[in-house]
Ligand binder design. Sequence first.
Ligand code: 0O2
Length: 210
Amino acid sequence: MEKWELFLAPYEQVVTEMKIKLKGIRKQFTDKNEHSPIEFVTGRVKPIDSIKTKSRLKGIPLDNLEEEMQDIAGLRVTCQFVEDIYEVVNLIKSRNDLTVIQDRDYLSHEKESGYRSYHLIIEYPIQLVTGEKKLYAEIQIRTLAMNFWATIEHSLNYKYQGEFPEEINKRLIRASEAANLLDEEMSKIREEIQEAQQLFSHGRGKQQDR
Ligand code: 0O2
């Protein structure tokens, strides 16, 4: 195996294990026919090129990545409602198979770009043949609306390298405000939506039983 692959292999393990655990939370709710605060879970190991770029931009020495780059292993939890985000944060904080070492709350402190999400930096122990190893990982928790905005902005950022034309910048800020409004409106009708979703899933269950 190459040097980079060897370095990243334990991070692959973190992502694989954490994805299973976060999906397990979702399953426990849906098994009971309850609203799950987790809609879906994704994860990735940061691509080598992105690691190199970030290390250059932030002045992180390549021989100190393990300590200073905390999002090499990244998990993303997407939720229906803003309230779900806080429930997921609490569920993660109450686990004893990981330690939350930092909260980055970009909900109450929105980024200048318009980015909103709740980030948790965790320390996660994996079991290797050489023994236990603790690695950092970042869990980003956001609503579907926040995810939509961040995904679009991320691709545009890639294209324009952060130097957005004024018109696009304005539209992105407006789109972020619209996503915010959508989340607020959905929260207001949350109970109605949840009842409807439960009726719908009961109905589907019955059909599948036939
Ligand atoms: P990737 O892997 O391509 O997503 P900083 O770089 O200072 O903003 P820091 O200290 O590395 O952030 O950590 P932080 O603030 O927890 O967030 C880093 C990650 O959050 C980013 O990863 C993005 O995934 C996401 N993020 C933060 N700000 C924005 C934003 O304005 N727009 C979008 N779309 N995503 C954002 P990377 O490193 O960009 O890489």
